[in-house]
Design a protein around this ligand. Structure first.
Ligand code: IPE
Ligand code: IPE
Ligand code: MG
Length: 239
């Protein structure tokens, strides 16, 4: 009955109270382990699910999506797994480039990209440049750490000649500038932590955690979370 209702009413369409959603795409490894598959198979399914979730966000009028793809701490994983994740990310960037006119989305990578292979950096720059005209944004956090981002922002401001910084100076030098801070962070995979994600930007972000593993996360659950978000009262310290 309810399923029928929500089909009739269609997806939740977001307004300007929700312009930016950030995802922590966690649970790929466990998704694979549950099926007796290697962890890499979970990452492959996770990458595929990102296309699906991006379609769902577009249908719901979400202007900015930021996804946590690889953290500055994820290098601690076995080389084979790191290599496979990098391969999947490169192929995601490649198809984002090929589909740029269909997707009409500005695709940027946030994180310490200087540590990535030069050809990956070139691919990232080209994708960023050739999609920059679109208003809709996808930020892919790759070799990203919230603390690293803050240190980078401070060093950028110092290099520009500043000696005493304001909050605005730091905000302006973040990888995500000039975009607004996320309204909502959704973490799949059941852990209730931020794992060094958007540490500065999340000061007043609403948080949603689900046990669903990332490869299984889809539009129906997104709608549940969005409905819950719209019931919340964001006070930002006021009344
Ligand atoms: C998230 O899934 C993807 C990355 C961190 C790259 P995990 O690989 O962390 O999956 P779990 O948490 O081990 O299930
Ligand atoms: C967070 O997941 C990073 C990404 C989803 C890319 P992790 O699996 O690395 O986080 P922890 O280790 O459980 O905190
Ligand atoms: Mg994990």
């Amino acid at each position: 009955m309810f399923g029928l209702f929500s089909r009739v009413r269609g997806p939740v369409v977001c307004d300007d109270r929700l312009s930016h959603i950030a995802f922590i795409m966690d649970g790929n490894g466990r998704w694979a382990r549950k099926r007796g598959l290697p962890r890499e198979a979970g990452h492959a399914r996770g990458a595929r699910n990102l296309y699906r979730v991006m379609d769902a966000c577009r249908a719901r009028n979400v202007r900015i999506v930021t996804v946590y793809a690889f953290s500055t701490e994820n290098w601690k994983r076995p080389q084979k797994e790191v290599d496979e994740i990098m391969k999947l990310l490169t192929s995601y960037l490649q198809s984002a480039y090929e589909d740029r006119e269909k997707n009409e989305t500005h695709v940027r990578v946030i994180g310490d990209t200087a540590a990535l292979p030069e050809e990956t950096q070139a691919m990232i720059d080209r994708l960023d440049r050739e999609t920059a005209q679109y208003e809709r944004v996808l930020n892919i956090a790759l070799n990203y750490g919230g603390r690293q981002e803050i240190v980078h922002a401070v060093n950028t401001a110092i290099a520009a000649g500043k000696t005493t910084l304001t909050e605005q100076d730091i905000s302006d030098a973040l990888y995500t500038a000039p975009l607004p801070e996320p309204d909502l962070i959704i973490r799949t995979g059941g852990e209730m932590r931020l794992s060094n994600y958007l540490m500065w930007q999340s000061a007043y972000t609403e948080l949603a955690f689900t046990k669903t593993l990332w490869p299984d996360f889809g539009a129906a659950e997104l709608d549940e979370i969005l409905k819950d978000f719209y019931k919340r009262h964001r006070r930002f310290g006021g009344l």
